[in-house]
Design a protein around this ligand. Structure first.
Ligand code: DNO
Length: 401
C-alpha cells in the first residue's frame, strides 16, 4: 500500500518535514480555506502543491499531494436547497482543475452537518497519553440538556437519557462549554465550525429529510459528478459516517456494508468508490471490517487505518480511539484483505494497483502532548501507528514470497 500522511496546510503544527521523517510516500491534504460549495481554482491548487513539494528553505521535499481529503459536499447539495445546482457545477469544475493538476483520488463524505464527532478530544489513557473518545452518555447530555434539541430524549434509551441527566446535573458551566466545543469541533477537514445557536437552527433544514431521501440526494450528487470524474480518470471515494450511527436526529447513510453497496451499485462506475476507514466503521459491533474490506475491495480507492475500543456491544455505543493494533478491529486481517486486493489488481493490470493508505488519527503521546496539533493528528502518535502498520504489512508481504 502507498503510505500517505494527512497534512492540514501551512498552519499545521506537524509539518511536511515531519512527514518526510515519518518516511511516508505521499501527502493527503485539501484547500481547507475554500468555502464549501465554491470552486477550487487552478491557482489555489498549484499553490498548495508547491507548499507540499518545497520545504521552507526552498529544497524539494520529495513528496507530492496525492490524495484530496476532502473536496467537501455542501449542505445545499445534501439537502437539495438553495444554490445546489450551482454547487454541482462548481464541484465538476473543481474536479477538472484537480485532474489537470495530476491528482487522481478525491475523498468526500455525505454526513449531514457534522463530520466526525467526539465528546472528548483528549481523554486520558492508562499509559498517560490521550486519545479521542465518544461517550454516548455525555453526547446525550449535550443533545438533551445543552443543545436542548426538541424531543432529543426520545432518541436515547431511558437508561442513557437518565444517566445523561445525572451527568449534566453534575457539570459546571465550564465543563458544559467544553463538551459543546468538543462535539462541534468536528470539522478539521472543512472550513466551517458551527456555533451552538447555528447548529440548533440548521438542524431544521433536515426536517423531512429521511434516510431514503438523503440517499436519493447522494445518488443525485453522484449522477452529477461521477461522469465527469470518470472522463477525467479520477477516483471519488466516500468516507463512512463517524461514528456510524445517526446523531442529533440527523440521518446517516454510510455506516454499514449495505449502505456502501446501495450507493456503489446505484452508480456502477470505478469512479464511484469508497474510502475504507476502519476507525469509523469499527465503532459498530455489527461491522466486520475485514469482511467489508473483502466485499468492497475493487472499489476501495483510499484507506484509513485506525482502531477503536467500544464500551459495549450495542449500537450506538461509547468508544475511544485505541492504539492502531490495540482496538477491537482485527487489523492484521484487514491489511491482509487489502494486500490481496492489490495483488488481484496487479494481475488485472490495473493502474491503481497500489492503494493509498494513511495511519488515521493517533493518540497524543510524548511531545504530542505539548505540541497542540489538530485533534487526532499528532506527529508521534500517528508515526507510532504507521510503524506498527508497516510491521504488519512487511510480515504479510514476507509470507507471500
Ligand atoms: C477525521 C476524518 C474526517 C474525514 C472526512 C472525509 O479525522 O477522518 O474528517 O476527513 O469525513 O470527508
Amino acid at each position: 500500500m502507498r503510505q500517505t500522511w494527512r497534512w492540514f496546510g501551512p498552519k499545521d503544527k506537524v509539518t511536511v518535514e515531519d512527514a518526510r521523517q515519518a518516511g511516508v510516500e505521499g501527502i493527503v491534504t485539501a484547500l481547507h480555506h475554500v468555502p464549501t460549495g465554491a470552486m477550487w481554482t487552478p491557482e489555489e491548487i498549484e499553490k498548495r502543491q508547491r507548499e507540499v513539494a518545497f520545504l521552507p528553505d526552498g529544497s524539494m521535499s520529495g513528496l507530492k499531494w496525492e490524495v484530496i481529503e476532502s473536496l467537501p459536499v455542501s449542505e445545499e447539495i445534501k439537502t437539495q436547497s438553495g444554490d445546489y445546482r450551482q454547487h454541482f457545477q462548481a464541484y465538476r469544475r473543481s474536479l477538472e482543475n484537480v485532474a489537470r493538476a495530476g491528482i487522481e483520488v478525491v475523498c468526500y463524505n455525505f454526513m449531514p452537518m457534522l463530520d466526525w464527532t467526539r465528546t472528548d478530544l483528549a481523554w486520558r489513557v492508562s499509559h498517560g497519553g490521550t486519545a479521542m473518545r465518544f461517550d454516548l452518555f455525555d453526547f446525550a447530555a449535550f443533545d438533551i440538556h445543552i443543545l436542548k434539541r426538541r424531543n432529543a430524549a426520545e432518541d436515547f434509551t431511558d437508561a442513557v437519557a437518565g444517566e445523561a441527566g445525572r451527568r449534566f446535573a453534575a457539570m459546571n458551566e465550564e465543563r458544559q462549554k467544553r463538551l459543546a466545543a468538543n462535539v462541534t469541533a468536528g470539522l478539521p477537514g472543512a472550513a466551517e465550525s458551527w456555533s451552538l445557536p447555528q447548529l440548533a437552527e440548521r438542524l431544521a433544514t433536515y426536517d423531512g429529510i429521511s434516510r431514503e431521501k438523503l440517499r436519493e440526494h447522494q445518488i443525485d450528487f453522484l449522477s452529477e459528478v461521477v461522469p465527469t470524474a470518470e472522463r477525467l480518470g479520477l477516483r471519488l471515494c466516500c468516507h463512512p459516517d463517524d461514528p456510524p450511527f445517526p446523531l442529533l436526529g440527523l440521518p446517516r447513510i454510510m455506516s454499514t456494508l449495505d449502505d456502501y453497496q446501495a450507493v456503489l451499485s446505484a452508480i456502477d462506475s470505478p469512479a464511484n468508490g469508497a474510502t475504507f476507514c476502519t476507525g469509523s466503521l469499527g465503532a459498530r459491533p455489527d461491522n466486520d471490517c475485514a469482511a467489508i474490506a473483502r466485499e468492497l475491495a475493487p472499489r476501495i480507492h483510499f484507506v484509513h487505518l485506525r482502531n477503536v475500543r467500544r464500551d459495549s456491544e450495542e449500537t450506538p455505543c461509547s468508544f475511544f480511539e485505541d492504539e492502531h493494533l490495540g482496538g477491537q478491529t482485527d487489523m492484521v486481517a484487514v491489511v491482509a484483505e487489502l494486500l490481496a486486493e492489490e495483488k488481484r489488481r496487479r494481475e488485472q493490470g490495473r493502474a491503481d494497483a497500489e492503494i493509498p493508505m494513511r495511519p488515521d488519527h493517533g493518540q497524543d503521546i510524548l511531545d504530542d502532548l505539548t505540541r497542540g496539533a489538530q485533534p487526532g493528528y499528532p506527529a508521534i502518535g500517528r508515526l507510532k501507528g504507521l510503524a506498527e502498520l508497516r510491521g504488519v504489512m512487511a510480515a504479510l508481504m514476507h509470507e507471500e514470497r
